[in-house]
Design a protein around this ligand. Sequence first.
Ligand code: SF4
Length: 261
Amino acid sequence: MKQLELFPEAPDPRSPLSVTWNLWHGCTRVSAGCKNCYMYRKDEAVGRDPSVVEKTAGFDLPARRLRSGKYRGMYKVPSGSVIYTCFSSDFFHKEADPWREEAWDIIRDRDDCRFFMITKRPERIREALPVDWDDGWDHVTIAVTCENQTMADLRLPVYLALPMKHYEVMIEPMLSGVDLRPYLATGKIESISVGGESGPDARLCDYSWVLDVHGQCVEYDVGFYYHQTGARLLKDGKVYKIARPLQHAQAKKAGLDRTSN
Ligand code: SF4
């Protein structure tokens, strides 16, 4: 008698993960927001040249499968994971052009996960998209970051003209007040994240700038996330020095985060 297959495929019991995927390492500064780049600080401390862009040993991380054990053959990064890319480089850096097509192949294959990347180079995105990108891939968010008004006015018109399924903007490190109304008015932007600068040479972030962008997001019903206070915050006429472990928690305590209605 034929065995009844009640559960022909065991569901993957492993929980989705939040994963950092650094495909390549190294970058070159493009604007004021790069001045105190964390990656530069770390590399220079160990005598490594941070301006040399190199493919990493973890380049194929999302494509790797388990070779033994109960879940042999399944992906090491479980289905449903959120994969944050390129925290020690820029996904659209020109030096990474030879490797990007292979990276897109991996991302295309893992449409069971979400991919999130942040760039300061929106002017390079169009030429660096895969041929079958069309109007974007649902599981990929390319966010652009602008640290001040000048960069917002330079980068956002280019960014918002690109074909995307998701548009997200970061203002981090926040170095000035920013009027985003012309860009929010397009109705394309899903959320704005703001944050101050970390590290020993952190520049001041004025809390009134944060509140102003929050007000703009309320006005246009756009998501808002106060990601971190940064190390030096000006609030009510006083400069607060905030230790690294407290910067995220203090920002959350401000109670400004919102999703769109
Ligand atoms: S783009 Fe990012 S990784 Fe590259 S130098 Fe600037 S801050 Fe550093």
